[in-house]
Design a protein around this ligand. Sequence first.
Ligand code: ZN
Length: 316
Amino acid sequence: MSKELNIPACGEPGIVTRDTQLYSPDTCARELAQLNRRYPGVTALALVGTSHLGQPIYALKMGNDGAGRRVLVQAAMHGREWINAQLVMTQIEDYLSGEEYAPLLDEACFLLVPMCNPDGVRIAQEGAGWIEDEEARALVEDLIARSGQAHDQWKANGRGVDLNRNFDARFAEQTDPRETAGPAYAFYRGERAESEPETQALVQLTLEFQPTVTLSYHSRGEYIYWYFGQSGEALRRDEALALRLANLAGYACDPSGKAEIDSFGGYKDWCVQALGIPAFTVETGKAAWGVPVPIERFAEIYPSCRELTAEAAREK
Ligand SMILES: [Zn+2]
């Protein structure tokens, strides 16, 4: 931990906020520090990057660092999907506090980045008013205006780059009629692969941690994406795990992977292509609920997803 946090005393049984609210980067950081204090033996908290607009990006390591099963989890890569930061934080607290998870924390290691796009989250939650740098604030205000939508629809980072198109996986081949030639509230891939500090932080963290599987929580659609051109044994392995996760959550997935051929530049795509590991994008919440998924739906989303991160660490 290299950032000072103002940490309230721990007195309540529950640390992570589960009721209705806008789950902010500050709340997330404070609760990560509280979890780390309450469970010092099995957790380690680290500052792993800084966003374009200067906000810290944190990762919590949990479990047995010497274990062979290594799961990297990231959420809120798209600003408006901040409900999934709350989801990952709730998983962390449930796994740390539930006796039934003790064997798993002995056999596996988890590295969790609950909010990897804190600038995008704040823009989606608050608009541009909090941005101190005048030029940066004017850009975000302009991009919100040009989007023709409210600030709560914002997906990109603080520079108008869609982080889940900025990874080095078929980066140059992306074709999406919605993408603009420059920064936007969503869909713009960036000038080059890994141009963004948030992308760089996640790539470096992944290479250091060497996960055996990764999970990315997005919203929405109750769907699990897994395919990015795998073949042979990797195809069979990843398909089997995708089906296991989908069955567990009651979510859909395409066993053939054919529906996912248009994937580009995503974190999941990069993990499959560059690292050769199974990687999943979990789209939480029903499509009909709209975006951002109303926080009132959290109590409906969470029970379906509670076991997904744990399941990814289990060998069957
Ligand atoms: Zn997303």
